[in-house]
Ligand binder design. Structure first.
Ligand SMILES: Nc1ncnc2c1ncn2[C@@H]1O[C@H](COP(=O)(O)OP(=O)(O)O)[C@@H](O)[C@H]1O
Ligand SMILES: [Mg+2]
Length: 215
C-alpha cells in the first residue's frame, strides 16, 4: 500500500510551514519519511522551476506551463517518489497533480481531459492516497506570501504566480475546492486562517490516523 500524502492550497496557505512542523513531529515517532516538493524535488525540477517562476517570463503560455510542471513531475516520480514508496516510506509532497488541475486547468482554462492524459503519463498514474487542502481567502494568503518574501529580503522570491490577479487566485482556490468535492474520500479540508500551531494539531492527527489505517 502506497503512502503518498500531498499538501495543496493557494500561495501563502501555509503548506510549507505545516510540512516542516509535521516532519519534525513525525520524526520524533521514528516514522520512515521522505519530505519533498514540486516542482523542485529534483535537481532537474529545480531548473525547470527557475524557468516557471521567473517573473520575466510573463509571456509564457499556459501549455508551456503545463508541460514544464509535468516534466518536473515525470522526473520527480521516477527519481524520488516511486523509489521511496517502494522502500515503504511515507512520502509527504508539497504540491502535486491537483495543483496542475487547479492552476493550469481551473485558472488558466486548459482542458482537463487533456491535462489528465499528460499528467497520468508523467506521473505513471500515481495518485495521492491522502491530500490536505489548506483553504483560506486569497487576500490573506497573498498577504502572508508577500510578507514572507519581504522578510527574506529577496524580491525575486515573489514569483510569477504570486504576481497574478486576485481573480486568478480565486479560480485556483475554487479549482481545488471542486476537486475536493469530486473526491471527498481522498481529501481533508483544513481551515488555514487559524494559527499555525492549531492547524498543526489537525494536520498531525489526519496524518497519524492515515498511517495507522495503512500500516
Ligand atoms: N497559520 C498561519 N498564520 C499566520 N501566518 C502563517 C501561518 N502559516 C504560515 N504562515 C506564514 O505565512 C507565510 C506563508 O506560509 P508558507 O508556509 O510559506 O505558505 P505556502 O507554502 O503555502 O506558500 C510564511 O511567512 C509563514 O511563516
Ligand atoms: Mg511553500
Amino acid at each position: 500500500m502506497n503512502k503518498l500524502i500531498t499538501f495543496e492550497g493557494i500561495e501563502g496557505s501555509g503548506k510549507s510551514t505545516q510540512m516542516r512542523l509535521v516532519a519534525r513531529n513525525l520524526s520524533a515517532r521514528n516514522a520512515p519519511l521522505l519530505i519533498t516538493q514540486e516542482p523542485s524535488g529534483t535537481d532537474i525540477g529545480r531548473k525547470i522551476g527557475a524557468i516557471l517562476f521567473d517573473r520575466g517570463h510573463h509571456q509564457m503560455c499556459a501549455e508551456t506551463e503545463l508541460f514544464l510542471f509535468c516534466a518536473a513531475r515525470a522526473q520527480h516520480v521516477r527519481e524520488i517518489i516511486m523509489p521511496a514508496l517502494l522502500q515503504n516510506k511515507i512520502v509527504l509532497c508539497d504540491r502535486y497533480s491537483d495543483a496542475t488541475y487547479a492552476y493550469q486547468g481551473a485558472a488558466r482554462g486548459l482542458n482537463s481531459e487533456f491535462i489528465k492524459a499528460i499528467n497520468d503519463y508523467s506521473s505513471l498514474g500515481l495518485k495521492p492516497d491522502l491530500t490536505l487542502l489548506f483553504d483560506l481567502p486569497v487576500e490573506i494568503g497573498l498577504k502572508r506570501a508577500g510578507d514572507r518574501d519581504n522578510l527574506l529580503k529577496d524580491a525575486s522570491l515573489s514569483d510569477r504566480f504570486e504576481k497574478e490577479s486576485i481573480n486568478f487566485h480565486n479560480k485556483v482556490r475554487q479549482g481545488y475546492l471542486d476537486i475536493l468535492k469530486s473526491e471527498p474520500a481522498r481529501f481533508r479540508l483544513i481551515d488555514a486562517t487559524r494559527d499555525a500551531e492549531t492547524i498543526q494539531q489537525e494536520v498531525f492527527r489526519h496524518i497519524t490516523e492515515f498511517i495507522g489505517q495503512h500500516d
